[in-house]
Design a protein around this ligand. Structure first.
Ligand code: URQ
Ligand code: ZN
Length: 606
C-alpha cells in the first residue's frame, strides 16, 4: 500500500532488510541495529501514514501521521513532508497506539523448566499482533537479591527484544535488604512497580505481615504494588486432598483454586493496601468473583487498578475437562480459566465500564513436552499460556465486534491505560506529536484464523486454536520503523529498548496526599480518666482472671488506729463493684458478731 503523497511525487523507498552478506532475508531472519546503522540496510527515518483514522483513548479523527527519527512529528491533514518520505496508505484503516502488554514472562525459569518463548520470539510475535511494548517480570528466588535478578533479566532481554519493554520486580521474600534494594531499583533502575505473590506457597508466597511491609515500602518509594491474588494456603490444602482422591489430571488444577480462592485474596490485598495507603494493582483477574471483589473495593474508594488477560477474555476453563490430556494441560495457568462460559463476556464488560483497566497476557509458554512434566500430577504442570501475539485481535473480536466497547475504549484497555498507570504516558499509549512512533495500522474488517500452525510464537500450542477473529495489524511501526508490513514480520533483534518507569506517578499518587490529609485520624481531647485501673501481673495478663482491686478505690478514709476498716467507708463502688469482689466466692458465710452480742442470728447462710 505504498503511494506517493499529495504534496508532490515522493520517491518511494522500500526497505527489504538484508543481513549483511546474505542474498535475501528469510522472513524469520533478524537484523541487529548494527546491520541497519552500518549502511547495509537503508535507515528509514521519515514515514507518512496517510488517509487513516487516528484513534486515541479519548477521540478519533481522520488525520495523517508524520514520523521522523522514531518520534511522531505531525498529526493532521495536508501535512508538508520532506522528500524521501516513505508513505503508507492507510485509507479504511485505524491508526492506533501500539499495544502495551502489561504482563509477560519471556524465557522465565519456572517449575523446573523455562518458558519456551524468549525475548526474541516473544517480542517478534507481539509485533506481529500489533503490540509494540511488553512489561515483563524479574522474579528472584526466595532469598535472592532483587537487584541481581533485575540485571539478569536485563541481560536476557536487551540483546533480543524487538520492541520496547519495562520490568516489574518480584518481592518474593521480605527482609531489610529487600526494602533497601527496592529503593535502589526505584532510584537507579527505573522500576516503579513491585509484584507480591499471595500464592505459590513455600516458594514466592508472602504472608499478610510481609504483604503489609512490602506495601508500606512501595508507598514510601512512590511505587505501585502488584499482587498475584490467590490464597496459596487453601490451594496447597486442596491440591493435597485432590491428589489423595486420585484426581491428578489438569481438571484438578482449577478444582484446587476455585473463584472464591481468588476473590478472597483479591479482597484481602485491597484491604491490606488500603489500610497502609498503598496504591494497588491486581494482576490477571480471571473470575467474576474476584472482579466483583475488586469493584466493591474500588467503590469504597480504595486506590486499586485491575488487569485481566487475553486468555480470560477469549476462552474459559471448560478446556480443563477435555479428554485429551495435552489439550487440557495446555490451558493450565494461575489463576486458572473459569468453567463459567459467561466469564469472558463479564470481564470484557468490566473493561468497558472501567472496573478493570488493563489487559495483559501473562504470556508464559511451555511446549506439550514441558507441560508433560505434570502428566501424573497436575501440581507439576508448568503454569502458563500464550497470548502476546493474539491479545489485540481477541479483544477486538470479543470486545469491539461484539459491541461491548468502541475503538477508543479498545485503545484505552490495550495501550493507553497501561501507559498512564505505569507512568510512561504520553511517550507511550498515544498518537500525538512528541510521542514515540509505536503505531499499529489496524484493519478492522480483515479476519484471520488463529492457529499454532501459523502463529509466530515458539510454543507448539495456542489456547485460541481455530478461533476466527476480526482485526489485523496490517502495518506495525516500532521506533518509527516499519516492522510488520502486510503480515510480513521484519523484527530486528535488539532494536527494542528498556523503558524506565518513574515513581510517584501523578496518575496513581496524585490523589493520595489529599486523601490522607482528608482522612487523617485525629485524637479526641478529653479530661484524664480518674477511675479504677486494673493491675497487671507483669505478663500483661490479669492474675488467674481475678482482677485485683485497688484497695484505695473503696476506702476514702485511712484505716483506724488499730489498722481496721473505717466503718464510715462504703463497701461498694459506683462502678457496681463490691469491696470483696476480688475474693473467691465462698460456699457459705459465717456470721460473726462482736464478742458481747447475743444475737439469735448466729448461724450460717449458704
Ligand atoms: O503466576 C505467574 O504470574 C507466573 C509465575 C506464570 N504462571 C502463570 O500461570 N501465570
Ligand atoms: Zn504472571
Amino acid at each position: 500500500m505504498d503511494a506517493s503523497s499529495d504534496e508532490g511525487v515522493v520517491t518511494e523507498e522500500v526497505i527489504v532488510p538484508r543481513r549483511v552478506g546474505q542474498a535475501s532475508a528469510e522472513p524469520w531472519d533478524v537484523l541487529s541495529p548494527v546491520d541497519i546503522e552500518d549502511g547495509s540496510g537503508s535507515a528509514q527515518n521519515r514515514l507518512l501514514i496517510k488517509g487513516g483514522r487516528v484513534v486515541n483513548d479519548d477521540m478519533m479523527q481522520d488525520a495523517d501521521v508524520y514520523i521522523e527519527d522514531g518520534i511522531i512529528k505531525q498529526v493532521g491533514t495536508n501535512l508538508h513532508t520532506p522528500g524521501g518520505t516513505r508513505v503508507i496508505e492507510a485509507k479504511g484503516h485505524l491508526v492506533m497506539p501500539g499495544g502495551i502488554d502489561t504482563h509477560t514472562h519471556m524465557q522465565m525459569p519456572f517449575m523446573g523448566t523455562q518458558a519456551i518463548d524468549d525475548f526474541y520470539t516473544g517480542t517478534r510475535a507481539a509485533l506481529a499482533g500489533g503490540t509494540t511494548m511488553i512489561m515483563d517480570f524479574a522474579l528472584p528466588q526466595r532469598g535472592e537479591s532483587l537487584i541481581e535478578a533485575f540485571h539478569r533479566w536485563r541481560t536476557w532481554a536487551d540483546p533480543k527484544v524487538c520492541c520496547d519493554y519495562a520490568i516489574h520486580v518480584g518481592v518474593t521474600w521480605w527482609s531489610d535488604k529487600v526494602a533497601q534494594e527496592m529503593e535502589e531499583l526505584t532510584n537507579e533502575q527505573g522500576v516503579n512497580s513491585f509484584k507480591m505473590f499471595m500464592a505459590y506457597k513455600d516458594t514466592w508466597q508472602l504472608n499478610d505481615e510481609e504483604l503489609l511491609e512490602s506495601f508500606k515500602r512501595c508507598k514510601e518509594l512512590g511505587a505501585l504494588a502488584q499482587v498475584h491474588a490467590e490464597n496459596g494456603d487453601v490451594i496447597k490444602e486442596n491440591s493435597k486432598k485432590l491428589l489423595e482422591l486420585g484426581i491428578t489430571g489438569p481438571e484438578g488444577h482449577e478444582m484446587s483454586r476455585p473463584e472464591e480462592v481468588e476473590a478472597e485474596a483479591t479482597n484481602r490485598a485491597c484491604v491490606l493496601a488500603n489500610q497502609v495507603g498503598c496504591p494497588l494493582y491486581i494482576c490477571k483477574i480471571t473470575s467474576k468473583l474476584a472482579a466483583s471483589a475488586l469493584g466493591q473495593n474500588l467503590r469504597r474508594g480504595t486506590l486499586v487498578w485491575g488487569e485481566t488477560i487475553a486468555a480470560a477474555l477469549g476462552t474459559d476453563g471448560s478446556h480443563y475437562y477435555n479428554p485429551c490430556w495435552q489439550h487440557a494441560a495446555g490451558h493450565i495457568m494461575s489463576p486458572p480459566l473459569r468453567n463459567d462460559p459467561q466469564t469472558p463476556g463479564f470481564l470484557m464488560e468490566l473493561l468497558d465500564v472501567g472496573d478493570l483497566q488493563t489487559t495483559g497476557t501473562d504470556n508464559c509458554t511451555f511446549s506439550a513436552a514441558q507441560k508433560a512434566l505434570g502428566k501424573d500430577d497436575f501440581t507439576k504442570i508448568p503454569n502458563g499460556v500464550n497470548g502476546v501475539e493474539d491479545r489485540m485481535s481477541v479483544i477486538w473480536e470479543k470486545g469491539v465486534v461484539s459491541g461491548k466497547m468502541d475503538p477508543c475504549r479498545f485503545v484505552a484497555v490495550t495501550s493507553t491505560n497501561a501507559a498512564k498507570i505505569f507512568n510512561i504516558y504520553p511517550k507511550k499509549g498515544r498518537i500525538a506529536v512528541g510521542s514515540d512512533a509505536d503505531i499499529v495500522v489496524w484493519n478492522p474488517h480483515a479476519t484471520r484464523v488463529i492457529s499454532a500452525k501459523t502463529h509466530h510464537q515458539a510454543v507448539d500450542f495456542n489456547i485460541f486454536e481455530g478461533m476466527e477473529v476480526h482485526g489485523i495489524a496490517e502495518f506495525v511501526v516500532c521506533h518509527g520503523r516499519v516492522v510488520v508490513e502486510e503480515g510480513e514480520v521484519r523484527a530486528i533483534s535488539g532494536m527494542g529498548k528498556y523503558v524506565p518507569t518513574p515513581v510517584f506517578n501523578p496518575h496513581v499518587y496524585g490523589r493520595l496526599e489529599e486523601r490522607e490529609r482528608a482522612n487523617a485520624p485525629c485524637k479526641v481531647e478529653r479530661a484524664p480518666y480518674e477511675g479504677p485501673v486494673a493491675q497487671l501481673n507483669g505478663q500483661g495478663m490479669q492474675e488467674g482472671g481475678i482482677i485485683p482491686v485497688q484497695q484505695e478505690t473503696f476506702y476514702t478514709r485511712g484505716p483506724t488506729r488499730s489498722g481496721g476498716v473505717n466503718l464510715h467507708d462504703s463497701s461498694f463502688h459506683v462502678s457496681g463493684r463490691q469491696r470483696d469482689d476480688d475474693l473467691l466466692p465462698r460456699t457459705s458465710i459465717k456470721l460473726v458478731t462482736s464478742p458481747n452480742s447475743s444475737s439469735s442470728l448466729l448461724g450460717t447462710f449458704w
